[in-house]
Ligand binder design. Structure first.
Ligand code: ADP
Length: 224
């Protein structure tokens, strides 16, 4: 089997044993093959963030397994899980979360340096990524000097800086006006296709979901 991501039988709840106990995931399964782009559509409160956090190794499920490239991540030590998160997974959020005191370029170089990449090679790759998303002329600007669409494009590059095999995105263009969102989403899809990434992209926008390979809906704690 060649799945980059395989979630099997995930259950997750909060406030166990208390009056305000909630059961969010109730046997959620998801598999994404190499190069596949899966849309995750869910109404607010359905558990989309909970699912993405578990898939991204930021939280553990109550039961079930999270396999990335064939390894069950729920069985690893915290240290190994953290290493896997840094090496295998890229994240994009609704808000860019770029470091405000660093330039666009530095925001893409720094994660590579933290991973031991040579500074020259890190800069070359960062400029290559910025060129792919069409913001190479903005490399030396700080995030505050960029438009919302440009900030998100830089955030896409940062997510890819350490050449992950899996990209997880939570409403990656949800913060932009509709026409900018449409264009920036197109850039993201080109980048994902060019790099052969596997991606799970949460969105409320059914037009954007239709541009992905497959749509999964999170209903009653399960994916259908
Ligand atoms: P979505 O991202 O689809 O809006 P979430 O995964 O954020 O949904 O939340 C799903 C449900 O779990 C909501 O009812 C939310 O209130 C609850 N929830 C999420 N995180 C916690 C937490 N840390 N403690 C208690 N309840 C939580």
């Amino acid at each position: 089997m060649n799945n980059v991501l395989q979630l099997s039988g995930l259950t997750k709840g909060y406030n166990h044993g208390k009056p305000n106990e909630v059961s969010v995931l109730q046997g959620a399964d998801l598999s994404a093959a190499r190069g596949e782009v899966v849309a995750l559509v869910a109404p607010s409160g359905a558990g989309k963030s909970t699912l993405l956090h578990i898939a991204g190794l930021l939280d553990l499920p109550d039961a079930g397994s999270v396999q990335i490239n064939g390894t069950d991540m729920t069985r690893l030590s915290d240290r190994k899980r953290t290493a896997a998160r840094r090496n295998d997974i890229g994240f994009i959020y609704q808000f860019h979360h770029l470091l405000p005191e660093f330039s666009a370029l530095e925001n893409i170089v720094l994660p590579q340096l933290a991973n031991g990449v040579d500074p020259g090679a890190a800069e070359t790759y960062a400029r290559d990524l910025l060129g792919r998303v069409g913001v190479e002329t903005r490399a030396d600007h700080r995030p505050a000097a960029l438009s919302g669409g440009e900030q998100q494009r830089v955030a896409f590059c940062r997510a890819l800086a350490n050449r992950p095999s899996l990209l997880l995105a939570d409403e990656p263009t949800g913060n932009l006006d509709p026409s900018t969102s449409d264009r920036v989403f197109g850039t993201l899809m080109d980048l994902v296709r060019d790099t052969g990434l596997t991606a799970v992209i949460a969105t409320h926008n059914l037009d954007l979901a239709a541009r992905m390979d497959r749509t999964l809906r999170l209903v009653d704690g399960q994916l259908t």
